[in-house]
Ligand binder design. Sequence first.
Ligand SMILES: [Zn+2]
Length: 240
Amino acid sequence: MFKIKLKELINDIHKKHILGRTIAEIYIIEFQKCGLSHAHILIFFPKNCKPRMVEDVDHMINAELPNPKTNRLAHKTVTRCMMHGLCGVAFPNAPCMEEGKCKKTYPHKFQSETVTDVNGYPIYRHRDTGRTLLVHGVELDNHWVVLHNVYLLTKYDAHINIEVCNNIRVVKYLFKYVYKGHDRVTVEISRQSNNATEGNVVEVDEIKKYLDCCYVSTLEVVWRIFKFDMHERFPAVERL
Ligand SMILES: [Zn+2]
């Protein structure tokens, strides 16, 4: 299902230009530690089609709960997939919390209009529309909505985060994913010797401890059996 959706999504972006005319794309497939597949996609627009104006950004990217009456499908998907997990002072053990703060900067501040910050990054429009959701007994509003495109969300009914990047560093970020290789882990299961407590020396074989292993989740196994691409780019560029 992920492969079918990804193919269609790339087709939407590359051939149907639903985000505007594009000149290049690169994507990388990654499997999270729990095994879930996701794609990091970077799209390049031609110079005269880059989303520079506030209106262009607002047209492409939404950071508010859609109206459940006029946009039922998008609202349903945002509710299910696009609300940042519960974090902050009340949830200090959330995976995104670091030194008492959410490293993804949630909850976002209310913002009446999209503006550009000093580094050139857009600060997206998060208006106080009064719409709220109850998630695990906690009332969430636009502070917690992950950036998305309403059309893509309605069509794919999946988590699709979309942001404008105007920094060369994003290229480095994506290529890091291409070349970093597998997550690796060393695990040893051993039976503890009963003699260890009686003053005997426990033998540690250091060479045995340096195993070079990788672990592969079931979804990734299937992906690789079918020989699906782990990354793809258009146009193909070869450095001479
Ligand atoms: Zn967080």
